[in-house]
Ligand binder design. Structure first.
Ligand code: UN1
Length: 513
């Protein structure tokens, strides 16, 4: 099955045994370049190789990107929007194959792979609408015969560094919004998801080629940190969006800040779900199960801490444990499988180390704690979702491990639950399951959840694109995707126009020469 699916995907998306990992307006020749093997986490099989971009390519890409900017930024925004509409249509044609490629390359289940592509289509729609709504406000001037207003211009070249776990959706949140404003995008994807990046960039770039437009989506696949660091330090990249770990994000932020550039950071989450004793048990169980186990716990929005009211603690833990034991872990292409593999062996090692540390710190494993080798996928990277009873003071509970491990904590008052909830350094997503209006409003009040995303009776994972996505504290403060997050991709210009025949000065200042 695997080989047949792979062949179909490769034929459909035009992938080769060795693929160019550099698009500088052309897909450069792979000859003589060092390559990166793309390994499927499903069965450890080599899918293909990618010819890497090197340091020497960097300046060429940035230079060409600025050249394209001169053309692209001058096209009226609604016309840019209609190109983005065609890009969305083109992506729709490949929804199935691109979704399957996501599954092959990063191990998502079929529906999650398709969901990822759907997220791109949705943000494309959003960007098209936005192309006619890039408005600024007019402000009442204090001077006679003066007009004061704001306009939003593109920055120019926007760098986008993405993680493996949302290998194309997160790029599209950034790229399609940035592009509709008039920016040009240089993408450095995770090396663990480089084939998806190549296929995505190809689909999108083809539409521009068809219209005789210059390239606006550039791509550089790099194995290490060199090109990412270059993007962070380069004054020719006024805005850099980074998705990844807090550790790397801190470095990126410092590099960008030291040249007074702008960054949008979407770093780690350590998201919690509070489950009240006044709860719809079925909804809460499903919401927590999805949040903690979907994408094998490898979402920034994954639920990592479960804060349970003492009144329902035993019942909830028992029911959740039963779900955990029942959940099918295995080949994500198979029907019925809900949890696919982790991305690589390092992730499996981190899973084991986190569980060991939790036990050392006084936690009790309720279920899971098992590396598995599904038949036919023995060389993949599978683990069983794990529930660990613990306490909020355990060091490991305060850290993000990109694996399906959920720490179960007990509370008696809502104040206590909120204190536990907010007692970590990350601030991405949060949720409360309660049917009590007072509790949900307290959770949403300024003394409630301190996260960028707050959910009531739905889990921490699975946000829609229409809202602004991002988080507080060490999550980095960035906002991407919907609402007015587009403003981060544009520079604001305050305009003052004097249409009178005198020169009155603001604040009543006189300067009579
Ligand atoms: C991420 O994990 O970086 O809300 C993004 C969600 C997805 C996006 C997650 N729509 O879970």
């Amino acid at each position: 099955m695997f080989a047949a699916i792979k062949d179909k995907i490769f034929a459909d998306l035009g992938l080769e045994d060795v693929n160019a990992g550099l698009y500088d307006g052309d897909w450069v020749s792979t000859d003589g370049r060092s390559t990166l093997d793309v390994i499927s986490p499903i069965n450890g099989e080599k899918l293909a190789a990618v010819a890497l971009a090197g340091e020497d390519d960097y300046n060429i890409v940035i230079e060409k990107a600025w050249q394209s900017y001169q053309v692209w930024s001058k096209i009226p925004a609604p016309q840019r929007g209609s190109i983005i509409r065609e890009i969305g249509d083109e992506i729709s044609k490949y929804k199935e194959t691109l979704g399957l490629l996501v599954s092959l390359e990063v191990g998502k289940t079929r529906v999650e792979g398709m969901g990822e592509v759907q997220e791109m289509i949705d943000i494309g729609d959003f960007a098209v609408g936005l192309s006619r709504q890039l408005y600024g406000v007019t402000i009442a001037s204090e001077r006679p015969n003066h007009r004061l207003y704001e306009q939003w211009h593109p920055y120019g070249v926007v760098g986008v560094i993405t993680a493996f776990n949302f290998p194309c959706a997160v790029w599209s949140w950034n790229a399609l919004i940035a592009a509709v404003i008039g920016n040009v995008v240089v993408w450095k994807p995770s090396p663990n998801a480089s084939l998806t990046a190549i296929a995505t960039n190809r689909i999108c770039s083809r539409v521009l080629e068809r219209h005789g437009l210059p390239p606006i989506f550039f791509l550089m696949v790099d194995e290490g940190r060199t090109l990412g660091e270059k993007l962070a330090k380069d004054v020719h990249v006024p805005l850099l969006s980074f998705t990844g770990s807090i550790r790397t994000g801190r470095q990126v932020a410092q590099n960008v800040a030291s040249r007074l550039g702008r960054s949008i950071l979407e770093l780690g989450g350590n998201n919690a779900a509070i489950v009240s004793d006044k709860v719809d048990m079925e909804i809460a169980l499903r919401g927590v199960a999805f949040g903690a186990m979907a994408t094998a716990g490898q979402r920034c929005t994954s639920t990592r801490r479960l804060i349970l009211h003492e009144g329902i603690y035993d019942e909830f833990v028992e029911k959740l444990t039963n779900i955990y034991k029942k959940v099918k872990v295995g080949n994500p292409l198979e029907e019925g499988v809900l949890v696919g593999p982790l991305i690589n062996q390092r992730a499996v090692d981190a899973y084991r180390a986190a569980i060991q540390r939790a036990v050392d710190e006084g936690g009790t494993v309720l279920c899971g704690d098992e590396v598995v080798q599904p038949a036919g996928c023995e060389d993949g990277f599978y683990v069983r979702p794990t529930l660990i009873e613990g306490s909020p003071s355990m060091g490991i509970v305060c850290e993000e491990t990109f694996a399906p491990i959920l720490y179960v904590l007990k509370y008696s008052t809502l104040d206590e639950a909120l204190q536990i909830h907010n007692g970590v350094m990350q601030g991405l997503s949060s949720s409360i399951f309660t049917t009590d209006l007072r509790e949900s409003e307290a959770f949403l009040s300024l003394h409630g959840s301190d996260c960028g995303l707050a959910n009531v009776n739905t889990g921490t994972a699975g946000a829609e694109i229409g809202g602004a996505f991002g988080g507080e504290k060490e999550t980095g403060g960035g906002r991407e995707s919907g609402s007015d997050a587009w403003k981060a991709y544009a520079r604001r210009q305050t305009v003052t126009i004097n249409y009178g025949d005198t020169l009155p000065l603001a604040q009543g200042v006189r300067f009579d020469v």
